[in-house]
Design a protein around this ligand. Structure first.
Ligand code: SF4
Length: 182
């Protein structure tokens, strides 16, 4: 695996949005916590039980942790978005959409270069207008991006583990993604 080539893809100015920070760490250092997963059950985001990328459809968090740790390298990256104010909920939502667009563009670019990877995103999958869960298998299993929190990743602890800023200051929102490489 060529880390430099991968970072070049993430820094490509033609991407739909800029990566703010990135850092490499060992998948064994990615912090999983059952309490993160338990918070999903409160369904604050409204996606619990609605997609294959969120609990319970995404699978047991221990199995997802073990799958993560079977990879050789992890790359974490963030996007930083400026809001009108700290209560700009529409801006927060639109920023999440931009982050997911960047995820897709990065995954497409990695695939185009034949770089095997598994990308974990921020929040549940919104690829299809209506998810097939739970009645039929996922339509695009090769393109689906699981939610990091849904897998039990403690994103705050992850930011500390890899030295990335969890919060980029007032009137901003920061989103995280993680890419695993064999
Ligand atoms: S790709 Fe479609 S079917 Fe698969 S999890 Fe996402 S929304 Fe659901």
């Amino acid at each position: 695996m060529n880390q430099q080539a991968i970072e070049t893809i993430l820094r490509d100015p033609s991407l739909p949005f800029a990566v703010h920070e990135l850092a490499w760490l060992s998948p064994s250092e990615v912090p999983f916590d059952a309490r993160v997963r338990e918070m999903c059950a409160s369904n604050r985001c409204g996606l619990y039980g609605k997609t294959w990328t969120c609990p319970p459809g995404v699978g047991e968090w221990e199995a997802l942790r073990d799958e993560c740790r079977s990879y050789a390298h992890a790359l974490v990256f963030t996007t930083k978005h400026v809001l009108d104010d700290d209560f700009d909920f529409e801006g927060i939502s639109q920023s999440g959409v931009l982050h997911k667009q960047l995820d897709r563009a990065i995954a497409d670019a990695l695939r185009a270069q034949g770089i095997s990877h598994h990308l974990y995103s921020a929040g549940g999958c919104s690829l299809c207008k209506t998810c097939t869960y739970p009645d039929a298998p996922c339509r695009f299993p090769e393109h689906v991006h699981r939610s990091m929190e849904a897998c039990g990743v403690d994103v705050g602890a992850l930011s500390r583990a890899c030295g990335l800023r969890y919060n980029n200051g007032p009137q901003t929102v920061t989103y995280f993604s993680m890419i695993l490489f064999p």
